[in-house]
Design a protein around this ligand. Structure first.
Ligand SMILES: Cc1cc2nc3c(=O)[nH]c(=O)nc-3n(C[C@H](O)[C@H](O)[C@H](O)COP(=O)(O)O)c2cc1C
Ligand code: SF4
Length: 511
């Protein structure tokens, strides 16, 4: 029998829990002598291996997965063999899909329990905040500008410029709002960070608050994320009790509260989110003014995505120049790519910008789960373009994707096999917009419904050519005339589907 484990780790995030991690942890605690510690750690983001049990021996972590509750007795009985067991994966850090990543935001995720502040500090947490405390707000903003960090929520706006605008804006008080609404299909990186390593987000928010002079921080989270809400609230309390909010803002304290939204997609759009935070209907505000000048309750407000803020501790710890070394062109740093859909190895993959879509899907994702040929990939959430096999060599950065008519969005990658009907996917885009539209402007409110109806006619084989022309007109109107990117970008999946998969729209005409 091999040596006993020092500690055993079973992920406690909602992805692992959804495939039985709680039951595995329960069986382990029954089967193991009481002296052994079972840590509910954050996710490593290797979903096809979940529940991924890790056994620590002499500082090394050996992985086993996917472990079912029924496997536990055998594994414990065999003393968690270092190799030879059908579930043995070897040292977790050496699993190729993890070892090949460049983890800056997610460097700590999975190493410890999400609420273990000592482990956070032991794993280089708090260093960014320490560096920021020694800098003036202006110097913090300079570091962020040097880093080239752009917003990870979708629009890719330079974070440093936004912060500088808010810093200089006049107001009775300033707010920092973290956008954790994460409504895009196929995305989960925000949730993974909040459930697995919430202190990184809190540290990033603390630094951002110091930079812009905001004493009030809010995180806007959707009610569908109960685990993230619970863990983040507990983490904020621990951070406060440890004194890390103290005297951050010109001698005054900072603090963060968590607000829960009901899960409307449009409440992820920053001005709708601000309305929702003010207790109003989640409806888009006309711009200008931009939130950095007049946002929450009319005060200067920064809205940043979880991953934007989660990138900040590393930048302050290592410097903006070091961050710039990652990436390509105007896309600097790393992106948390999220693989979903018909993919064999669903995973969160953090890598520098510039990796090819093919490498993400084939090398990290292992191709399709069904074994059927890949036909389409939607990149960037429900408003992102559908790409085809011939696009797979595109570099995953803001500019390269825009050049082929796509967008990076929040980094979601949804894979479809050859059974997909792209006319129905185009219809889904219009239907999604019709359901989720805030209703403020006509091109989106009415256009999306007319778009869905027109696609219904095309799918039914009714005057296909004429209806396709009409649909193109409608797409142009929505793109040019919508007040926000919801109506403005819905044509992207529709047009890309028509352009790359025309046969799915004309099939009935040919029959
Ligand atoms: C319809 C719509 C939905 C959006 N949903 C989100 C979201 O869920 N999370 C997010 O961070 N940004 C979302 N955005 C982008 C935000 O409006 C905003 O650009 C972002 O929060 C700014 O933060 P960043 O600069 O750090 O990306 C959405 C935008 C639109 C138009
Ligand atoms: S485009 Fe749609 S979601 Fe955006 S303001 Fe207009 S109606 Fe609202």
């Amino acid at each position: 029998m091999s040596k006993p484990a020092d500690r055993v780790f079973v992920p406690g995030d909602s992805a692992a829990r959804s495939v039985g991690a709680d039951q595995v942890a329960e069986r382990l605690s029954e089967a193991l002598p009481g002296t052994r510690e079972i840590v509910r750690n954050g996710s490593r983001g290797l979903f096809w291996l979940e529940p991924l049990v890790e056994v620590e021996r002499d500082g090394r972590r050996l992985g086993f997965g996917p472990v079912t509750p029924e496997d536990v007795a055998g594994l414990v009985g065999a003393g968690f063999p270092a190799s030879g067991h059908r579930l043995a994966l070897g040292p977790v850090e050496e699993i190729p899909q993890l070892a090949r990543q460049q983890r800056l935001i997610f460097a700590r995720c999975g190493l410890a329990g999400p609420l273990d502040l000592d482990a956070y500090a032991d794993n280089d947490g708090l260093k960014g905040l320490q560096a920021a405390r020694a800098l003036t707000p202006g110097a913090i903003i300079e570091q962020v500008k040097t880093s080239g960090l752009r917003g990870r929520g979708g629009a890719g706006f330079p974070a440093g410029i936004k912060w500088e605008t808010a810093r200089k804006a006049q107001g009775e008080r300033k707010y920092l709002c973290c956008n954790a609404d994460e409504g895009d299909s196929g995305t989960y990186a925000d949730r993974l960070l909040m459930e697995g390593d919430p202190f990184t987000l809190i540290e990033g928010m603390s630094i951002a608050a110091r930079a812009i002079g905001a004493r009030h921080g809010l995180v806007y989270l959707r009610s569908e994320y109960p685990d993230a809400i619970r863990i983040l609230k507990q983490a904020i309390t621990l951070w406060r009790e440890a004194g890390h909010f103290r005297e951050l803002i010109d001698g005054a304290d900072f603090d963060i509260e968590v607000r829960t939204g009901a899960g409307a997609y449009i409440c992820g759009e920053e001005s709708s989110m601000l309305n929702s935070l003010e207790g109003k209907r989640g409806e888009v505000r006309a711009k200008p003014p931009i939130p950095a000048i007049s946002g929450l309750f009319g005060q200067p407000t920064i809205v940043n995505n979880v991953l934007t803020l989660g990138s900040v501790p590393w930048i302050l710890e290592h410097g903006g120049e070091a961050y710039r070394d990652f990436g390509t062109g105007r896309s600097r740093g790393t992106q948390a790519f999220q693989l979903a859909g018909d993919v064999a190895q669903g995973a969160l993959v953090e890598l520098a910008f510039g990796v090819s879509l093919r490498s993400l899907i084939e090398d990290f994702g292992g191709g399709t789960r069904s074994g059927r040929p890949l036909r389409a990939v939607q990149v960037g959430g429900p408003l992102g373009a559908y790409l085809g096999e011939s696009d797979l060599d595109v570099a995953m950065d803001y500019e390269a994707l825009a050049e082929i008519g796509g967008m990076l969005g929040h980094g979601g990658i949804v894979v479809f096999n050859d059974s997909v009907d792209m006319a129905r996917q185009a219809r889904f885009a219009m239907e999604f917009c019709a359901i989720e539209s805030c209703g403020k402007c006509t091109p989106c409110r009415v256009g999306a419904t007319r778009g869905r109806e027109t696609l219904d006619k095309i799918i039914a084989g009714d005057e296909i050519e004429a209806n396709l022309d009409l649909l193109q007109d409608l797409c142009e109107l929505m793109t040019d005339g919508s007040l926000c990117a919801m109506g403005g970008l819905t044509p992207m999946p529709v047009r890309s589907a028509i352009e790359r998969f025309p046969e799915d729209f004309t099939r009935l005409a040919a029959e």
